[in-house]
Ligand binder design. Structure first.
Ligand SMILES: NC(=O)c1ccc[n+]([C@@H]2O[C@H](COP(=O)([O-])OP(=O)(O)OC[C@H]3O[C@@H](n4cnc5c(N)ncnc54)[C@H](O)[C@@H]3O)[C@@H](O)[C@H]2O)c1
Length: 339
């Protein structure tokens, strides 16, 4: 396979490195407008073939175009690549609007090309382990997600902190609850420095008895990457700052006897053992690259497809409407297109 990567800023070099180390990839092209970035990549990856003009890259006989440019350019570059007959890898978040996502999905289907959306966390050992625990029934029905992703982060010029950081956590939530339907979103936040919010809280309501909350912040002095998943049997804590015990399973819960009046109900707390299962440490991006190449060879959608990208973008788009209206509840139909 031959792979071309557009956008060699912060994230693009990771794509170059991981595609280069895949045994089926023969040539990797890189493209960026900036000479500094091209020189940097040349020094780090001398075997990569570098170009300044994206149109020149699209003329090459390549199988995959990976797009790692700012979000507001994903649609334009994705459409050009699909039009040129290339499978596309698009960085999270997939596109800047759900209409753009749908257009790319439909174009790819028409041309029998594949879309991979880089929801990197889905390929981590920790998230795979969480999914196993959910699928096995050990956690029970998920009742809530409570997630914090904060640090002194890089401000993005084109999107706010929800669009930048929350796709990671929303994609994990969607992956752990593939059959649950999100029905409404509410978001609050503040833009202290320029047009885009740097601190935000996003609430997500489901059709059934489940709720999710995401707290994201580019201006926190401490770095926290923590997600609680409350099941009705057990509870999970995913702490990505931990080197070894990334996942902890708590045999904890609350049982309430039903009584007509709440003060008559008997609340029983269960606090059993905690254990921390071993999780695979293989780099997620290398597993993502391998999955996309395998999916193309097998003519199927990859694990994180355009439809998964759309399901995240719908929540982000609704959050944008809500945050501009002081947390107004915005209803969405998450699966109206992507079943
Ligand atoms: N999957 C992850 O965990 C992860 C992590 C970080 C960033 N990302 C995503 O990767 C994408 C890029 O983020 P970043 O932080 O690397 O941004 P960045 O600003 O550091 O890099 C973007 C690069 O794209 C180049 N570029 C822009 N327009 C171009 C054009 N017309 N032709 C050629 N090059 C062009 C810029 O020169 C720049 O070098 C974003 O979508 C971001 O959300 C994903």
């Amino acid at each position: 396979m031959k792979v071309g990567i557009i956008g060699l800023g912060y994230w693009g070099p990771n794509l170059i490195r991981n595609f280069m180390s895949h045994p089926e990839v023969k040539t990797v092209y890189g493209c960026d407008l900036s000479d500094d970035r091209l020189n940097f990549i040349k020094s780090r990856f001398p075997a990569a073939e570098l170009l300044k003009d994206y149109n020149e890259m699209l003329k090459k006989d390549i199988d995959i175009v990976a797009i790692s440019t700012p979000v507001d350019t994903h649609f334009k570059f994705g459409k050009m690549a699909l039009d040129a007959g290339k499978n596309i890898w698009v960085e999270k978040p997939f596109t800047a609007t759900s209409a753009e996502s749908i257009q790319l999905i439909e174009l790819a289907e028409k041309k029998n090309l594949k879309i991979f959306v880089d929801h990197t966390f889905i390929y981590t050992g920790a998230v795979q382990k969480m999914r196993d625990l959910v699928d096995s029934g050990e956690i029970g029905a998920i009742r809530y997600f409570d997630s914090v992703r904060i640090n002194l982060g890089l401000f993005q010029h084109d999107v706010n902190v929800i669009w930048d950081l929350a796709p990671h956590d929303i994609s994990i939530m969607n992956y752990l609850m593939p059959n649950s339907k999100v029905v409404a979103v509410s978001a609050h936040g503040i833009a202290n420095y320029y047009d885009h919010e740097n601190v935000a809280h996003l609430s997500v309501y489901f059709e059934d008895n489940c709720f999710a909350h995401f707290h994201v912040n580019w201006t926190s002095p401490v770095k926290i990457r923590k997600m609680l998943v409350g099941g009705d049997k057990k509870m999970l804590v995913f702490d990505d700052m931990e080197n070894f015990e990334k996942i902890k399973i708590y045999d904890a819960g609350v049982e309430m006897s039903s009584k007509e009046k709440i003060h008559e109900a008997l609340v029983q707390y269960r606090m059993g053992d905690m254990h921390s299962p071993k999780v695979q440490a293989t780099e997620a991006l290398s597993l993502g690259a391998a999955e996309f190449i395998k999916a193309i060879n097998e003519n199927r959608d990859p694990l994180t497809s355009g439809k998964d990208g759309l399901n995240v973008v719908k929540i982000l788009e609704a959050s944008e409407k809500s945050i501009k209206n002081k947390g107004k509840l915005i209803e969405i139909n998450q699966y109206e297109y992507a079943k």
